[in-house]
Design a protein around this ligand. Structure first.
Ligand code: ZN
Ligand code: ZN
Length: 286
């Protein structure tokens, strides 16, 4: 073979190989890249509490203003929402979110579901929005938002969803495994969710050891910490820190915070060096 032609073929082959490696690497990064946006980090009343003169409610530090809890989890090009509370509309406007590929519900309390009517702009653009929840939570949504699930003579402007009932076993979202973490919120069952090396747990008070084992090797753990004093259905600060120590993630962020926790700036100074208070609009990448 003509040596010049042979060299050309070899170069072409090498270029093809390099392009394939780059493409695979790009796809790998796109798939593995996790971006978390804390849309809200407050407890059920939010901070400030309506009509409250508590110093934390009057604080001018933006980190002391907390909407009801919710996070956006972006996995590559896919956008997932965990919980859809009463501040959902404001959270979507602030975050500039333009699509939602699925909503995962932790449980049916009002501060986690009451924004469901406001998903309409996404339904008008995308069609049915997939929702994932325990069967009990789906039944509660059907009761509270009966018009969303109407099958006959449904009002055309109502939100539309496609229902996915989940149990305590892994499920796939566009090729990525999501691991539910089962816990108790007083006596109410609640799901947390693990995506890759990130896990989000809220409204937890007790978690069985076999569920804690699902949290091995985390880069980031988000867990609820309501306030300093104990509470019947939420971890207080001491319980949340003990849980973080047990799970041993590289970093932990605390959420579902009440004004009774104190000023963000003061509390954060008391935390271990790998534990932080989350705040609204905080973004982290993993
Ligand atoms: Zn809650
Ligand atoms: Zn709750």
């Amino acid at each position: 073979m003509n040596p010049i032609f042979c060299g050309f073929r070899k170069k072409g082959y090498l270029k093809l190989q390099t392009d394939t490696i780059l493409l695979c690497w790009f796809l790998f990064i796109k798939l593995c890249f996790l971006k978390i946006t804390f849309l809200g980090t407050g407890t059920s009343q939010g901070i400030p509490v309506i009509g409250s003169n508590h110093p934390v409610c009057l604080s001018e530090d933006s980190r002391d203003k907390r909407l009801r809890v919710s996070v956006l989890v972006e996995v590559g090009d896919y956008v997932y929402l965990i919980d859809c509370g009463p501040d959902f509309r404001q959270q979507m406007l602030t975050s500039g979110c333009t699509k939602i590929d699925a909503i995962l519900f932790t449980h049916e309390h009002a501060d986690h579901v009451n924004g469901l009517d406001d998903i309409r702009p996404f339904c008008f653009k995308q069609g049915d929005v997939p929702i994932y929840a325990h069967e009990r939570v789906i039944n509660s949504l059907k009761y509270r938002f009966d018009y969303v699930f109407e099958t006959e003579n449904k009002y055309p402007g109502a939100p539309s969803v496609s229902v996915n009932i989940i149990e305590n076993k892994p499920f796939a979202l566009n090729g990525v495994e999501v691991m539910p973490i089962n816990g108790k919120h007083l006596d109410l069952q609640v799901f947390g969710f693990r995506f890759e090396n990130f896990a989000y747990l809220t409204d937890m008070k007790t978690i069985e050891d076999e569920e804690v084992e699902k949290l091995n090797g985390l880069d980031v753990l988000v867990v609820n910490a309501l306030r300093i004093a104990p509470h019947y259905s939420h971890f207080n600060l001491e319980e949340a820190l003990a849980f973080v120590e047990k799970v041993n993630p590289k970093k932990a962020y605390l959420t579902h915070i009440s004004h009774l926790m104190g000023f963000h700036e003061d509390v954060e100074k008391t935390l271990p060096e790998n534990v932080f208070l989350a705040y609204d609009n905080l973004q982290i990448t993993i």
